[in-house]
Design a protein around this ligand. Sequence first.
Ligand code: ADP
Length: 201
Amino acid sequence: MILGILGGIGSGKSTVTRMFADLGAKTLDADAIAHELIEREDTKSTLRQWWGDEIISEDGTVDRTKIAERVFSDAEELVRLERLLHPEVRARIEEKISEFKENNEKLVVLDVPLLASSTLRDFCDEILFVNSTEALRETRVKVRGWSPDELKRREAQQVPESDKKILANSIINNSGSLNETRQQVEDLYESLLAIDFTERE
Ligand code: ADP
């Protein structure tokens, strides 16, 4: 069973994904895969050609703040970066999914921020929407150093929340405490495994 997670920025997708992992699910984090990929020498050299040496920090790693500044202020640059990274990220995710299937893993959770507009959605048996109020999301992304305007700018680049909700088969409300969210995750985990079980019979 492959469960895709959708939700606004700061809604709690990573938090919910971690909760599933605590219950024994395998998880795939597209951001983490993209971060590894961006540090590969061939990727770095392409980025340097596009945007100059200033996007490399003094320690030799890619300065992701600089990259974010570029792509979130220019939609064409975002598309260019996505065209470079997405096929590789997708290939890595496909590879991992096959491995998990071979090992008969019961539940694999895909935390792919752009899942709503990605063909990776086709892999998902179920889609979960993580819901949090806008005010809470604003507060929660402050720790990333993002203002409400920055949040809006980034969200404007994504499929609107209302459309993400329509794609989902289930919703977790993450506007309450972490314990309340954990309880919902546990309930959903149980019911997803039950669906899988009956399907196999
Ligand atoms: P996303 O992956 O959707 O961008 P995160 O899971 O990273 O969102 O959550 C954003 C921030 O809010 C994180 O710092 C996380 O620890 C915090 N957070 C998430 N859910 C809750 C909650 N129910 N109560 C308090 N803080 C939360």
